[in-house]
Design a protein around this ligand. Structure first.
Ligand code: ATP
Length: 757
């Protein structure tokens, strides 16, 4: 037995707390008309979650609350509690006793509790549905509703039978799964939308990342090139510096000696010159020649500086030109705008056949293209290049002037030297001892000239060396900006030959300088390409790319999961539909067997059965539009399954339910109700005067059937029928005093018969 007790407080006519215990399989509730018996049946409906106030004979929630009488004021709330014995765990909740309570307030609000805990209505409906206490209330038959199943339409009938067969849980699961499926489809659409939204950004970042990776590759290549170049250059410069220093040492020292000797020889000559014209001239020539050489040295140094500057500027020019070889970079937004403009113009062309418009638009397209190209032809480029070119020109003019001066100095030197040689010969011809001083000057001068020539070659080498050294430090600085501190690792760099062996410094130094220059040019080109790529915020881009990629991967996973869920939900729904269908059909055939038994028992023969029908809805469709004479047609539409009842009474030709007598209808529906309850017994059945229309003989049969049923389901019978009362284990009497309040009392059968009147 499942049902333990019912407590009614403030519900309808039960202003005072009423308590019913259900200790026996059959309990009868008896009492005079209007005493409140049906209110007890409704209290059951109420506490089990009934949402139709109408089915509890009210309009609003407050109609369910005691409304007051001349003796007792109206109440603010109605509460009903039902307690189930759950030791068999027929309710899927881990308590031995389960108390369900519902409270309604005057404002129409409701509260639901399970074992004192506030819950949602849904929780109660779910809990009960699983225990075959369905929401259609097939197990609670209200007064005058005995033939409800007969008068219901096929679809509602089907619901009632599904409920009775305990199949509502499938319906419930199907509805829940369909809701989930709908939500999943919405989520799929949302995720797809999100993916669509981030796709262009991801593509853009992808391109940026490719650029960054390319730049990294280029930087690695450049680093490799730099290391070889710098290593070779450092070895070369070190060697040059040492070698020039060594080579200069002897001539420099010798020149010092010669200069001292010359000073001495010239002063001797000066002392002995006296009135000698030739000696005086020699001395003056000597001075002039020294001055000319000093001037030439200064001039050569300046010339060297200018040449260095010219070659540096020329390098800059080449770089500048290569920098702009591909023109000015076009911002993506500008390109997008331009393409949109052209697209619109093409749309215009496509949408017209008018040749003059087409021509006009084509002209506009052409103009747009040339304007666009002109906009990005770099004016900045021209001015920068021009600036450098002007600088070079200026330097070259200076160089030219200096070369002219050098030319005239050389000429002057040649003529001075010529005069000097003539004078030397003349003096030497005289072979005079007084000419000893002059001879010594000539010897010193000749040797000095030789030493100077050697030194001048070395000085040229030194100038080249210094220029190279400057270029080296500049390269190191520039490389450092692009490559970073790693650039200094060139010192440890090992240069390998074609066969993989380490190249010695001798071999390295024996290479022509032109090859190093070639390497430098390659480095220069690589640097320009790298600069053009632009470094900037590569870390940020990489981070963002990683974030967006991860998000995309997450969305993709999410989408896969959602699609899998959608698929499994759809499989689940199909399975549930098949299962429901199979069990429903099996249930129907079982009910049919019982229906037939109960029917022939009640009527002493005849046949009764249920059949599944598919209702075909017809819909008018207007095939011809609204014109006069349009053909209105009927279109068939697939409907839902329903249940039809067919009966055939013994000895009567009556087949339609419509023309059965009241008693016959009651008997038929009782037969069906009992058949349904027999197949899947609900935990309890409440029958409110279902026996009202039965005569004595049928009342007995009814009583027998009730006893049969009570073997599986607890019965609560509201009745005026003595026969029915006699089958009950416990009888409750309901009375109503002058205060309009229902009272409950336990009665014996004989008392009950009296009370019922
Ligand atoms: P019958 O045997 O004729 O079917 P019954 O014993 O089943 O009668 P009910 O229909 O349960 O009687 O009770 C009806 C009574 O309940 C009426 O007297 C009605 O006034 C009373 N009633 C219904 N709703 C309320 C309410 N909100 N407040 C007070 N009394 C109410």
């Amino acid at each position: 037995m499942y049902l333990k007790s019912l407590e009614i407080n403030g519900f309808k006519s039960f202003a005072k707390k009423g308590f019913l215990e259900f200790k026996t399989p059959i309990t009868s509730i008896v009492g005079p008309n209007g005493s409140g018996k049906s209110n007890v049946a409704e209290a059951f409906r109420f506490v089990l979650g009934e949402q139709s106030i109408k089915s509890m004979r009210g309009k609003r929630g407050e109609d369910l609350i005691f409304n007051g009488s001349n003796e007792v004021p109206k109440m603010s709330r109605a509460s009903v509690k039902v307690v189930f014995d759950n030791s068999t765990r027929f309710l899927d909740i881990d308590f031995d006793d389960v108390e369900i309570q519902r409270v309604v307030h005057r404002d129409g609000s409701n509260e639901y509790h399970i074992n004192g805990t506030l819950v949602r209505l849904k929780d109660i409906t779910e809990l009960l549905a699983k225990a075959n206490i369905g929401s259609t209330g097939h197990h609670i038959i209200s007064q005058g509703e005995a033939d409800r199943i007969l008068s219901a339409n096929p679809k509602d009938r089907k619901s009632m039978i599904e409920d009775a067969l305990g199949l509502r849980v499938y319906q419930y699961k199907i509805t829940e799964s369909e809701k989930k499926q709908k939500k999943t489809s919405e989520n799929i659409r949302e995720v797809e939308l999100l993916r669509k939204e981030i796709a262009p950004h991801l593509r853009f970042l992808q391109k940026q990342v490719e650029k960054i990776e390319k730049a990294r590759e280029l930087r690695d290549e450049l680093k490799e090139m730099y290391q070889e170049y710098l290593k070779r250059e450092s070895v070369y410069l070190e060697y040059e510096e040492k070698n020039i220093g060594e080579k200069k040492h002897i001539p420099v020292e010798r020149l010092k000696v010669l200069d001292a000797e010359l000073v001495q020889a010239t002063s001797q000559l000066e002392e002995s010159v006296g009135g000698d014209e030739k000696s005086a001239e020699l001395l003056s020539l000597e001075r002039e020649l020294r001055d000319a050489r000093t001037e030439k040295d200064t001039l050569l140094r300046e010339l060297g500086r200018i040449e260095g500057e010219i070659s540096s500027q020329e390098r800059g020019l080449v770089r500048q030109k290569e920098h702009f070889a591909d023109g000015k970079p076009i911002p993506f937004s500008e390109l997008q705008q331009f393409s949109e403009k052209i697209r619109q113009q093409i749309d215009t062309v496509e949408s017209t056949d008018d040749m003059s418009i087409i021509k006009q638009v084509l002209k506009m397209v052409r103009d747009n293209f040339s304007n666009f190209v002109r906009n990005f032809q770099d004016a900045e480029e021209d001015s920068l290049v021009k600036e450098i070119e002007d600088e070079i020109k200026e330097l070259q003019t200076k160089k030219h002037t200096l070369e002219l001066s050098r030319g005239s100095l050389i000429e002057k030197e040649i003529s001075l030297n010529g005069r000097y040689d003539v004078l030397q010969q003349e003096i030497e011809k005289e072979k005079d001892s007084s000419r000893e001083a002059e001879t010594s000057v000539f010897r010193i001068r000749a040797e000095r000239n030789e030493v100077l020539s050697v030194l001048s070659q070395l000085q040229y080498r030194e100038t080249v060396f210094l220029k190279d050294k400057d270029a080296f430090s500049e390269e190191l600085k520039e490389g450092g900006v692009l490559i970073g501190l790693e650039i200094t690792s060139f010192k440890e760099y090992v240069i390998l030959g074609d066969t993989g062996e380490q190249i010695t410094n001798e071999i390295l130094l024996s290479e022509e300088r032109e090859k190093q220059e070639e390497r430098r040019r390659k480095i220069e080109k690589s640097k320009i390409r790298l600069e053009d790529m632009g470094g900037g915020s590569s870390d940020e881009v990489m981070k963002e790319f990683q974030d967006v990629t991860e998000r995309e991967a997450y969305l993709l996973r999410e989408l896969e999961d959602l699609k899998n869920t959608e698929e499994s939900l759809s499989d689940l729904i199909s399975d549930l539909i098949i299962q429901l269908d199979t069990e429903f059909k099996a249930g129907i055939s079982k009910i049919n067997k019982e229906f037939q038994n109960y029917f022939s028992l009640m009527f002493g023969g005849g046949t009764a059965s249920l059949s599944v029908v598919r209702a075909v809805k017809r819909r008018r469709s207007d095939l011809g539009g609204l014109d006069e004479g349009s053909v209105l047609d009927m279109e068939e539409e697939e409907g839902e399954d329903g249940i039809e009842i067919t009966v055939s009474l013994p000895r009567k030709k009556v087949k339609s339910l419509m023309i059965l007598s009241g008693g016959e209808r009651a008997l038929t529906s009782i037969a069906l109700l009992f058949a349904m309850s027999q197949v899947t017994p609900p935990p309890f059945i409440i029958l409110d005067e279902t026996d009202a229309a039965l005569d004595e003989a049928n009342s007995r049969k009814y009583g027998d059937m009730i006893e049969n049923l009570s073997a599986h389901s607890q019965l609560i019978l509201i009745t005026h029928n003595r026969e029915t009362m006699s089958r009950a284990g416990i009888l409750y009497g309901v009375t109503m005093g002058s205060g309009g309040i229902s009272k409950l009392l336990s009665v014996e059968l004989d008392e009950a018969v009296v009370v019922a009147k």
